[in-house]
Design a protein around this ligand. Structure first.
Ligand code: F0G
Length: 457
């Protein structure tokens, strides 16, 4: 495996600490075997998330100085608005403090008890807001997405038959919107094809149902479309991003991903009335509709980050680095979700640790073991993340039980990635030595994976 050289060089460094195995055993125990509760200083290579962990460019850092901190009508808002309109094409732009701030507003605007949302798999915060507002969630992603070994190039696609069945069952009037993620994080950063997205939008619109895009990683989706979808190989990332957004009615954005920022987000709408309703809620929950909980300088950094995100040298290198980690693991027989997606490599923990039952959380067990082995932090994406069904209160056991290794943008070098690969390859060879699973000692009600504590079984 190989990948193209970085289209940037290092200008400033941030020291990171290495620790001993004994130290890591002690701190993971103190953290209730949940890597999320570790101090970041105790982590050597942090692949917990690619969200807000990106390295900003010198141009983004200088943009911070241009931040206009006016309470109302800040110049920086108009800079952000212009960048979103130019690259994502939504006329009405409402800043929010991060993606879930936007999810809260969109869900409150459109969902009521008795409504239904159909989506390509789920993201925890997205589904939590939808369910908190009374909607019933329906996963209508293609079956292939639930099979880690299936090599379908667009495992983010929606199964039109499943969507049609939901519409027939509950009626189009009860579906305020279809929720589409590009890429699908929980499936392993899997893209949706332009053909499928367009077909879904045509179908939904024919039934009077709007479609909202989770655009957090839409640029990565655009790059994967260029690589995998017939007819798009010669098109620019900018054109493909435009084609992804064009058929949708709006978007929720976490700028902490594709846009190379450390915080922030926005909502994009075409319908002026819905935008006005959302602005009203933004005032209540985020801040004025021209800053949405961000500082003016954050909006400047995002606007510049958007421009950098569609640079082809950047996105090629970014996705290729992720693929490189996947290729190294795959070459040594570590079971991973195939094909490798845009932002992460996901180890198939259920296959890697078949002797740990699902009720003892193989994904979390592997996450803790990976930390102890090499100071590498990933995150469980399986039953713990899926939580309990809000109606029945029973644990959800999704087909995928993963350890996600998400790669921050422009942060780690090949040396770091090789360190991660070497550790996982070593752990996999010695997997029989991982004998204990985990049991909850503390289980929070919402988004439990963040603060849960465990003890070995
Ligand atoms: N949608 C997707 C697809 C996400 O991956 C995230 C966050 C959000 C929405 C929420 O955005 O964090 O800005 O509020 N994902 C992070 C992750 C936390 O680690 O995957 P946010």
């Amino acid at each position: 495996p190989d990948y193209p050289p970085e289209p940037w060089r290092v200008k400033m460094v941030e020291p990171i600490r290495t620790t001993t195995r004994e130290y890591r055993e002690q701190v993971i125990r103190e953290a209730g075997w949940n890597p999320c509760l570790l101090r970041a200083d105790d982590v050597h290579v942090d692949l917990f998330t690619d969200s807000g962990t990106n390295a900003m460019s010198d141009r983004q850092w200088s943009a911070l100085l241009r931040g206009d901190e006016a309470y109302a009508g800040a110049r920086s808002f108009y800079v952000l608005e212009q960048a979103v309109r130019a690259h994502y094409g939504y006329e009405h732009v409402i800043p929010v403090h991060q993606g879930r701030g936007g999810e809260n507003i969109l869900s409150r605007c459109l969902l009521r008890p008795g409504t239904h949302v159909a989506a390509n798999m789920y993201f925890p915060s997205t589904r939590a807001h939808q369910e908190l507002n009374g909607a019933t969630f329906h996963d209508v992603i293609i079956d292939e997405a639930h099979d880690p070994a299936d090599e379908h190039p667009f495992k983010g696609n929606i199964d039109l038959n499943k969507l049609r069945a939901v519409v027939n069952e509950v009626g189009a009037d009860a579906i305020p919107y279809v929720s589409i993620a590009a890429t699908v994080n929980m499936a392993g950063g899997q893209p949706i094809s332009i053909a499928n997205l367009t077909e879904v939008c045509d179908f939904a619109h024919a039934h009077g149902i709007p479609v909202f895009l989770d655009a957090a990683r839409a640029v990565e989706n655009a790059w994967l479309v260029r690589q995998r979808e017939p007819g798009w190989a010669d098109r620019s990332v900018t054109d493909i991003l435009d084609a992804l957004c064009a058929p949708t009615d709006g978007a929720v954005m976490s700028a902490k991903k594709d846009s190379l920022a450390n915080i922030g987000g926005w909502l994009g709408f075409r319908d002026p009335e819905l935008a006005e309703q959302a602005r009203g809620l933004a005032l209540l929950y985020e801040g004025l509709h021209t800053y949405g909980g961000m500082a003016g300088r954050d909006m400047e950094a995002i606007a510049q980050g958007i421009v950098e995100s569609v640079d082809e040298d950047h996105i090629r290198n970014r996705v290729a680095q992720v693929e490189y980690l996947g290729a190294r693991l795959h070459a040594e027989g570590v079971p991973i979700v195939q094909p490798v997606g845009g932002h992460c490599v996901c180890v198939d923990a259920a296959t890697a640790l078949p002797h740990i039952p699902r009720t003892e959380f193989p994904g979390q067990t592997l996450a803790a073991a990976t930390y102890v082995d090499a100071g590498v932090r990933g995150v469980e994406r399986g039953a713990i993340t899926a939580g309990r069904d809000p109606r029945t209160g029973t644990n959800r056991f999704p087909p995928l039980e993963l350890l996600r290794l998400a790669i921050p943008r422009r942060v780690y070098t090949r040396g770091h990635i090789d360190h991660v690969a070497d550790s996982l390859i070593r752990l996999h060879a010695d997997r029989a030595r991982i004998v204990h699973g985990l049991a909850f000692t503390h289980e929070p009600r919402h988004l439990r994976f963040f603060q849960a504590r465990f003890s070995p079984t």
